[in-house]
Every structure is written in C-alpha cells, then in structure tokens.
Design a protein around this ligand. Structure first.
Ligand SMILES: Cc1cc2nc3c(=O)[nH]c(=O)nc-3n(C[C@H](O)[C@H](O)[C@H](O)COP(=O)(O)OP(=O)(O)OC[C@H]3O[C@@H](n4cnc5c(N)ncnc54)[C@H](O)[C@@H]3O)c2cc1C
Length: 485
C-alpha cells in the first residue's frame, strides 16, 4: 500500500488491546508503513478467545487441546503478532487505566506512564454479563469466562464436579471444554427454552460453520450423558463455606444438583470505559441490552481520531473482531491521509463491510436465542449481594429506589455506592440497571448509563505519588525501530 502519512502522526497511532481486533488492526497499519504502539494488560497477545498460557506455564497443552476447533485461527493470530513484534511498539503487561485529551494513562511494572496519541483504536473486548442469584458470592462460584481462563491460562479446573449455568454460547462451549479436559460436568442449566434457539435458526444459518460447531458441542455433551436442562430459573447456589449444590426451578419444581463448583454467565458485555473517558457518544443498543459507543460501519467513533473495533464496541465474536480491526485500521489510514481513491483499499473495505453485515445477522439470531432473562430481579431476596466490591445488597438498592431518591443509575451509585468499588460497575452495573428498571417500571434504556471514571481498573495507591514520566523515560520505552527522530 502507498501512503502519504507524515512521520509525526505515525508515531502517535495507539491500539489498546492485542486480541483478534487489535492484532489485525496492527497488521493492516504496519502493512501501510505505520509503527503503532500496541498496549495490552495481558502478558501475551491473543485476547480472550486466543488467550495464551504464561510463557513459563508449568503445564503443556497443545493449541489443539487449548483452542479445539479454533486452533488454526488462534495460531494465525499468534503468528501474525509474532511477526509484528519487531515492527511495532508492543507494550504487554500494561494497563490503560485512564484516557484524557489525546493521552492515555498506563501502568506497567509499578510505573505510571503517559502515552500520547493522535489516533487511537480501542479494541478492549468484553467480559461476562453477570446477573447474580442467591449464593453467587460463595467460594466455588465463578463466571464462565473465569472458568475458561483457569483452563486456558492455568491448566486447571474450577472444581471436580461442575455445574454450568446461565445462558449464551459460552455456556455450552465451556461445558464442552471442561468435559473434554476431564472434569465431571454435572449439568448445563440454560435459562432459555429450546424453542428460542429453534426460532433463531434461520439467522444462525447465516454462519453455518459456527452454527454447526454450536450443535456439535451440545450433541457431544448429550452423547456423553451430560444433563442439559433448558428454560430453567436459577434459584440459588447452596452451601455453607463453599458451594455444594445448584438449585434451579423447572416449571413448578425445585431441584438441586450437588457440585463443588459453578460457572455462570449470561452472555458478554462490552468493555466501554476507555471509549467513555475518550469522550465518545453512547447510544442504547437493544440487541446487546447495553449502552455502546456510537461508531460508523468503519469503526469511527463520534470523536475524531478515536476508533472502535471488536467486542468492546458491541458483542460480535472473534471472527467479526478480526474483520472490524482491519476495517477500523483502513478508516484510520484514510483519515491519516492515505492516498484517496486507492481502489485496493476501497475494495478491501467494501469486502470487510459485507462480511461484517453478514455476521451482524447471525449475531441477531444468537442474541435472540440466548437472551438474558428479563425478569431476573424478581428472584433476588433483599439480603442478596449485588455489588460485591462495596457489599451493597438488593434491599439497600430497592429501599433507595422505592423512597423515590434514585430513578437513574448514577444517582443510585452516588447514594448507595453501587458500582463505586474496584470493578467500577463492570461486574454489578448490569444487575443494578436491571433492578432499577424493574423497580421503576421503566425500560432498561431509561435506567441510564454508569459514567466511566478513571482509574477504570484497580491501580496501586502509590501511583498517585509518582511523577509524570520524563520525556527521556518515555523515549527510553520506545524501541529503536519505533522511533522516528
Ligand atoms: C473470558 C472470555 C472467554 C471467551 N472465550 C471464547 C471462546 O472460547 N470462544 C469464542 O468464540 N469466543 C470467546 N469469547 C468471546 C471472544 O473472546 C471475543 O469475541 C473475541 O476475543 C473478541 O476479540 P477482541 O479483539 O474484540 O477482544 P479480546 O479478545 O477480548 O481482546 C481485548 C484485549 O484488550 C485488552 N484490554 C482490555 N482492556 C484493557 C485495558 N484497559 N488496558 C490494556 N489492555 C486492555 C485485554 O487484555 C485483551 O487482550 C470469550 C470472551 C470472554 C470475555
């Protein structure tokens, strides 16, 4: 690709996230002669789906074992990144905890460092959508994502006899991965009825191979006698000092499955805090049941110079993340002054747009098949913890709302401290919004959006005592090949 990019703007292109979206964006930029800074809090590239075990892991699991049918794609992303390392300014193990005007605040190896940018791609991915149930804070209860991270990253299981509960494609996938790894999967409890999955089939067929993989996981589990219950309500995790069972309701009947671990989740939620701090405009997305940063089809946000790609901009899966990363990089190139009218670039962009539009149709089917329960809060007793960082229970939130003191999520936060702790609402925000919506009778969109605050993830208190990093230090952190002066 030819380019007319000036050197000054070249050195200030920053990508946050080295998952599928971030890696493909970096690849596209490097091909155009740019040396982006790529920052990721993880020690190794790959993001969530292609997460790599630590370099010094005390276990050996092949890519085929770790990533199953996605091993080829994992390998492609890892080897692309390995080929890029000498051509980019890669900063692993580095948390971006704040974002101000044209500058990121990062934390690495005990040091704060300001990273300026002229063009920023936010590709920060997602986490589990957590909707609590009584007993969810018992030791032994994990999110589905955490259960999978334990397996992929540490080569261990969350328990010997595990119940997987909630809904979403990850529910069946993680159950399958655990069973394959030798854990006893006691049951898969899906809160959605099978009829929803059947109804969504026409849209799911837009991605036949992904749909087929999903069917395979369910079929594999069923063929091995794993109990699969659908259309159930999660009642409580039971146990004294640790989880000993999972109780659910099926029709009028309450049943308990003994276990020593539970993995649960209700799909994913986008990590949008950095986009928020960067000043991006948000809109409520009914499909994701969440507030998302606005973007055009190419990934441009409402803030000039800030781009969004991958699950952090709306849940669409790993294949879409790769495409969207490439697409946002092409948009960035165009905005940086890449030769206009380049037919090759325009052709690539148009192809990516078509592929993304097809996946979007599939995604609608997936969200409909695995929608989170709309009435989950009716099951929540007053003494159930909603916000575990600040130890706020459902009763405290209800009293505040019923007293008419809060009808919007930020007001609820100010009065009760829900979402004010270490997770900054990343874990409890969805639950608090559901409760607010149920108590006020207003649609979830009207519950409002928790405003992001820096630091978006915990940093040591000592960070506030550190001086701004000097220019010399900043330069010292830029590898030779990435310097342009
Ligand atoms: C726990 C989990 C497990 C999953 N497992 C599967 C699976 O097995 N199969 C499947 O099909 N899909 C899975 N998904 C969904 C899949 O991971 C995503 O669709 C895909 O990875 C999206 O790619 P991405 O590049 O947008 O984001 P990600 O792959 O999530 O990459 C985002 C990257 O950004 C980094 N990051 C985030 N915030 C910051 C910050 N503030 N500072 C620095 N770095 C930051 C993260 O460390 C991460 O490496 C999973 C999702 C989760 C949350």
């Amino acid at each position: 690709m030819s380019t007319t990019i000036d050197k000054d703007s070249m050195r200030r292109v920053v990508i946050v996230g080295a998952g599928p979206a971030g890696v493909r964006a970096a690849e596209t930029l490097v091909a155009a002669g740019i040396v982006p800074v790529v920052i990721d809090e993880a020690p190794r590239a790959g993001g969530q789906i292609y997460r790599q075990p630590p370099a010094d892991a005390g276990f050996a699991r092949s890519k085929r074992t770790l990533y199953g049918m996605e091993a080829g794609k994992a390998d492609a992303v890892h080897s692309t990144m390995a080929g890029l390392i000498a051509k980019i300014d890669y900063r692993p193990d580095t948390l971006v905890w704040g974002c101000g005007a044209a500058q990121l605040d990062t934390f690495h190896a005990g040091r704060q460092r300001a990273v300026p940018y002229s063009h920023l791609l936010i590709a920060t991915g997602a986490t589990d959508r957590v909707l609590p149930f009584p007993g969810w804070t018992l030791p032994g209860v994990y999110t589905l994502g955490a259960a999978q991270i334990a397996l992929k990253s540490q080569g261990c299981a969350i328990g010997r006899r595990v119940v997987f509960a909630g809904t979403g494609p990850l529910l069946y996938l993680v159950a399958y991965q655990y069973a394959k790894a030798g854990a006893q999967v006691e049951a898969v409890l899906d809160t959605n009825p099978f009829s929803r999955q059947i109804a969504a089939t026409p849209r799911l067929l837009r991605q036949p191979s992904t749909f087929a993989k999903g069917l395979y996981y369910v079929g594999w589990l069923a063929a091995r006698g794993v109990r699969i219950e659908r259309g159930v309500t999660l009642v409580r995790a039971t146990g004294d000092k640790a989880v000993q069972g999972m109780t659910y309701r099926d029709g009028g009947q309450e049943l308990t499955i003994p276990c020593d671990a539970v993995g649960f989740g209700y799909g994913l939620r986008s990590e949008t805090q950095l986009a928020d701090l960067a000043g991006c405009r948000f809109r409520f997305d009914a499909l994701n049941r969440a507030w998302l940063p606005e973007r055009d089809s190419a990934g441009r946000s409402s803030v000039p110079g800030v781009y969004l790609a991958g699950d952090g901009a709306g849940i669409a899966g790993a294949d879409a993340a790769e495409l969207a990363g490439r697409r946002a990089a092409l948009a960035m190139l165009e905005d940086l002054g890449h030769r206009a009218g380049n037919a090759d670039v325009q052709g690539q962009a148009a192809k990516l747009d078509r592929q993304l539009a097809n996946i979007a149709q599939f995604r609608i089917g997936l969200e409909k098949a695995f929608a989170p329960p709309s009435d989950c809060t009716s099951n929540w007793p007053d003494d159930m913890t909603v916000c575990r960082c600040e130890e706020i229970d459902a009763g405290t939130l209800r009293r505040c709302i019923r007293a008419g003191e809060a009808s919007e999520i930020n007001r609820l936060k100010a009065l009760t401290r829900v979402g004010m702790g270490r997770c900054q609402g990343r874990m409890c925000g969805a639950a608090a919004a559901e409760l607010l919506s149920a108590e006020t009778g207003k649609p979830i969109a009207e519950a409002g959006r928790l405003r992001g605050q820096a630091p978006i993830k915990p940093v040591p208190l000592s960070i506030a005592m550190m001086d701004e990093v000097s220019q010399a230090d900043h330069l010292a952190a830029i590898p030779e090949h990435a310097r342009d002066d």
